[in-house]
Design a protein around this ligand. Structure first.
Ligand code: PMP
Length: 312
């Protein structure tokens, strides 16, 4: 395991030395929330500047998740940004060839005697780490990926980005055991989402996604794809998608921080549409890459400072 430096409760320390109590409610009950933020190196090689992609939206979702489970937010936006900047700087210092990484943030309700009811007093446990990640390859995008379907057996608060992920874990494992990249879930015959992605359907040039409600996590790419569709002149509609509509789609796509946008070209051993990534995928993918590359505004971006790095 790569012994990177992680943030845990006010300290920066090697991952192998990071410890939490067995009484942490994150460990005992999965009583916590998390975020995953992709960070990209700006392509100009003369600069060593990194862009936390859609950071405002990611931090806003973290605030929403914390509020929904009533864990006190341990930081304000500036506080989170300072930690993220340091995590990225430390990561870059030991991964000179990386051009992207993922920031993982987890906040739990903290340590207390084991009882389900909230403790009267507890201090949230905060973990942050950066991990290398490479977006899907050109070959993967050109071929598309295989997905399988399964009933959605999760709870009814899927809008919370909770660390209680057993339902998602079982669905990810189900995909792996069926040589698929993702499990597309259906609740009462209606599309919800993947084990770790939002799912999109194209029919006759129009883009559809299930409504953003308690049955799905609103991915940061959910609103982004909506914007990109508008830019590309593609009609988008959020509405219930039946299993029959899913199976009759011209195109199916998945979106997530680590997968970006990926075409699903086989579903349960049947080709999706003509079995090849389609034009709506191509337009949205191009828009996504443009967003990653657009010029940074003055207050955006993490400039890796070689002197500061040497001092760390
Ligand atoms: N749904 C679920 C269940 C997920 O785990 C994810 C990935 N976090 C998403 C959707 C997509 O969210 P995002 O675009 O923010 O990665």
């Amino acid at each position: 395991m790569n012994d990177s430096t992680v943030y845990l409760n006010g300290e920066w320390l090697p991952l192998s030395e990071a410890r939490i109590s067995v009484l942490d409610r994150g460990f005992i009950f999965g009583d916590g929330v998390y975020e995953v933020i992709p960070v990209y190196r700006v392509s100009d090689p003369a600069l060593n500047v990194w862009r936390p992609f859609r950071i405002e939206q990611h931090l806003a979702r973290l605030v929403r998740s914390l509020a929904k489970v009533r864990i006190t937010d341990p930081f304000n936006e500036a506080g989170w940004c300072t930690l993220i900047e340091k995590a990225v700087t430390l990561h870059v210092s030991s991964h000179a060839n990386d051009t992207s990484c993922l920031i993982y943030i987890q906040v739990t309700r903290g340590i207390a005697a084991r009882a389900q009811v909230f403790p009267a007093h507890s201090t949230p446990t905060v973990l942050m780490m950066a991990n290398s990640f490479t977006p899907p390859s050109a070959l993967t995008r050109e071929q598309g990926v295989v997905a399988v379907t399964a009933p959605d057996a999760r709870w009814l608060h899927c809008d919370i980005k909770s660390t209680s992920l057993l339902g998602n874990v079982l669905m990810a494992q189900y995909a792996a055991e069926h040589n698929a990249v993702e499990t597309v879930q259906l609740r009462n015959g209606e599309l919800t989402e993947g084990s770790s992605s939002n799912i999109w359907v194209v029919k006759a040039g129009r883009l559809f996604a299930p409504p953003s409600n308690h049955l799905i996590l609103e991915g940061i790419r959910y609103r982004l794809l909506e914007e990109l569709a508008a830019e590309a002149g593609i009609t988008f509609e959020a509405r219930i998608i039946t299993e029959a509509e899913l199976r009759a789609a011209d195109e199916i796509m998945m979106s997530s921080a680590s997968r970006e946008i990926l075409p699903i070209t086989r579903l349960d051993d049947c080709p999706v549409g003509n079995g090849r990534p389609g034009p709506v995928f191509a337009a949205l993918y191009a828009g996504y890459q443009r967003m990653k590359e657009r010029p940074l505004s003055a207050d955006e971006g993490i400039k890796i400072d070689a002197k500061r790095l040497a001092a760390q």
